[in-house]
Write a protein that binds this ligand. Structure first.
Ligand SMILES: [Zn+2]
Ligand SMILES: [Zn+2]
Length: 256
């Protein structure tokens, strides 16, 4: 299984792209601006999109992607998310005002995309990869994902979250975890703001990560533009010797 980082910033600016990860060639997790760096062929290979939540930085390039590839694919891209997230997509994005309803285009019986409701806690198997949806604690209904290949390689992505025990408990239920990508949106000086927006800051993430019984390399994502170094060094001091990295756009991980 290969994991390719298309976007991992909390914002934009030169070389910064918002959240999007490609698993092998056919599964996308979140559809932020990093998605826009794929070729048309690469976009047309995506068969499944899993969304963590309805915020713009995680789905802003989905409408543009389906518009770019609709004459290149013969069956719909399946958009998996919990019902509350799909409702926002239908009501506020693909509503003909912001963007056409591509779940009925080019024709209602052969659309370019189709909605697939998924319940937090559910697991979907796609050609040797299992994707588990895990509820987290954000300002809107939100989830993270744990992905495991049939060879046993695994990674988890928190999505956007503040303090919770659901994510960590779900990861501890499994025998292993090879890679963790976790959000660290704010530095400690923005702790009050992070609580309002229900994101982690370095300190609150450090409080939670002690719950994780596995010791995978930890990659920080969704860091505030301009604060990347500060957040990384704060986390390094607080994480008790865990292997820690700042996730980089373009990075590829080869898991079993
Ligand atoms: Zn969010
Ligand atoms: Zn976000």
């Amino acid at each position: 299984m290969e994991l390719r980082v298309l976007g991992c910033s909390g914002g934009i600016g030169v070389k910064r792209r918002t959240t999007s990860f490609l698993v092998d060639t056919d599964i996308l997790i979140d559809a932020g601006s990093g998605l826009g760096d794929l070729t048309l062929d690469e976009m047309a290979s995506i068969r499944h999109v899993f969304l963590t939540h309805s915020h713009l930085d995680h789905l802003n390039f989905l409408p543009l992607m389906v518009d770019s590839i609709f004459d290149r694919i013969s069956s719909p891209v399946l958009v998996h998310a919990q019902p509350a997230t799909l409702k926002v997509l239908k009501d506020h994005i693909f509503n003909w005002d912001i963007w056409p309803d591509f779940s009925t285009l080019p024709t209602a019986d052969k659309p370019v995309m189709a909605y697939q409701e998924m319940a937090p806690g559910a697991v979907i198997e796609i050609a040797g990869r299992s994707i588990e949806m895990i509820p987290v604690n954000h300002i809107v209904p939100a989830v993270g994902y744990r992905v495991e290949s049939s060879q046993g390689g695994s990674f988890a992505f928190s999505g956007d979250t503040a303090n919770n025990n659901t994510f960590w408990t779900a990861l501890n239920r499994h025998a292993s975890l090879d890679l963790l990508i976790v959000e660290a949106a704010f530095s400690n000086k923005d702790e009050a703001l992070s609580k309002k927006a229900r994101h982690y800051c370095s300190k609150t993430l450090a409080e939670d990560i002690v719950q994780l019984q596995h010791r995978p390399p930890v990659y920080l994502t969704h860091t505030k533009p301009g604060e990347e170094e500060t957040i990384f060094s704060e986390c390094q001091q607080l994480f008790g010797g865990r292997e820690l990295h700042q996730l980089q756009v373009g990075e590829r991980f080869h898991l079993k």
